[in-house]
Design a protein around this ligand. Structure first.
Ligand code: ATP
Length: 365
């Protein structure tokens, strides 16, 4: 059982506040992904959990025990690095067995564990090779195997897939997740890739400039971003952000985009907008749909645009269209529209679009 607690954990490098008072409760067996742009402090946070970086403030507890001052090797955590960190002069088998050898385990037990892990990761045929004779994907498997063989209480992953090509990355992220689900080892995984975060995490921690922006399940974060930064960072294609004025008339309100393109807001959304007269509107491609040609007169939630660009993704296509003079993306059926088509009608899913405060960026709900 290994629950991990971070209480107000901080890191300063001189005047740089790399991590600002992070609080996090990780449940036993949970897979947590730390995600954010370059420099947000995710690697520093992970390194503090590992003990590779001293903390400047706060405390780190493993199963309720303060480990803030415990040496890395005594924390019972295994880390997988981006650059694999294999010993070049050792074979795959020796690399895998190294940590157990350091523990003075009998040679027979080590050989058995190496064989088990090699089987799990399909490294059986490569055991006598040196790292330089392996592909990037195979090296990453060995690095993973070195962590697995230790049967630690916590796995720490520092961008382990970023040196692999796109196809291999997808395969490996599924394998890591399957292994973690089978072993149920508490895991903290760092990445700047929001797709990895969405697909692998039980819960995601979004960081920006050393500060936690939001903690939640992938769907929580996708559907209810706490602010416009989280909204635009998570999701593919990225959410478009558009400024809009609010025009009120009696009980009704319209979003006015650019120089006068208007879309009505439903009454249910207006409560959140009492204190503002303009908003930042967050639109995901699935919030913008093509209105069937056969339908009659347009509704107040519609707007029309020429088609700027179409990107075919196979199962669906993304059309770039204009709202208030700004480019946004609409999800359409393949072949439904073509570049240069004029005055196509689109509808905004006004119940689901995101509304953010025009200056703070906080979600208005
Ligand atoms: P990346 O994705 O680029 O690795 P990151 O989110 O992991 O970025 P960190 O490496 O944790 O970010 O760095 C956070 C901040 O701390 C950055 O501003 C970085 O320049 C700074 N920083 C990191 N290590 C040191 C150090 N040893 N000395 C001084 N500043 C540092």
């Amino acid at each position: 059982m290994a629950g991990l607690t971070l209480r107000s954990v901080q890191k300063r490098f001189g005047t740089v506040e790399a991590v600002k008072a992070v609080d996090l409760e990780v449940a036993d067996g949970e897979f947590i992904v730390l995600v954010g742009p370059s420099g947000c402090g995710k690697s520093t946070l992970l390194r503090m959990i590992a003990g590779l970086e001293e903390i400047s403030g706060g405390e780190i507890l493993l199963d309720g025990r303060d480990i803030s001052a415990v040496a890395p090797r005594d924390r019972d955590m295994a880390m997988v690095f981006q650059d694999y960190a294999l010993y070049p002069h050792m074979t795959v088998a020796e690399n895998l067995g190294f940590a157990l050898k350091m523990r003075d385990l009998p040679a027979g037990d080590i050989a058995q564990s190496v064989a088990d892990v090699a089987k799990m990761l399909e490294l059986d045929a490569l055991l006598e090779r040196k790292p330089k004779a392996l592909s990037g994907g195979q090296r990453q498997r060995v690095a993973l195997g070195r962590a697995l063989i230790r049967e630690p209480e916590v796995f720490l992953f520092d961008e382990p897939l970023s040196n692999l090509d796109a196809k291999l990355r997808v395969g490996m992220r599924m394998e890591i997740r399957k292994l973690q689900m089978a072993l149920r080892t508490t895991s903290i995984y760092v990445t700047h890739d929001q797709i990895e975060a969405m697909t692998m995490a039980d819960r995601i921690v979004v960081l920006k400039l050393g500060e936690v922006q939001q903690i939640g399940t992938p769907m929580d974060i996708y559907e209810r971003p706490a602010n416009s930064f989280v909204g635009t960072f998570i999701g593919s294609p990225p959410m478009s952000l558009l400024p809009a004025e609010l025009r009120r008339e009696g009980d009704e309100a319209w979003l006015v985009f650019g120089k006068g393109q208007e879309v009505k807001l439903p009454a249910a959304r207006m409560k959140a907008l009492e204190s503002v007269d303009r908003v930042e509107v967050g639109l995901r491609s699935e919030h913008v749909s093509l209105v069937s040609q056969r339908r009659g007169a347009g509704s107040a939630f519609d707007f029309s645009s020429d088609i700027v660009l179409v990107e075919d993704h196979g199962a669906d296509s993304i059309a770039v269209v204009l709202l208030g003079g700004r480019e946004i993306m609409a999800r359409v059926k393949p072949g439904a529209v073509h570049v240069g088509d004029k005055e196509c009608r689109f509808q905004l899913d006004v119940d689901r679009i995101h509304l953010f405060h025009p200056t703070t960026g906080a979600a208005l709900v």
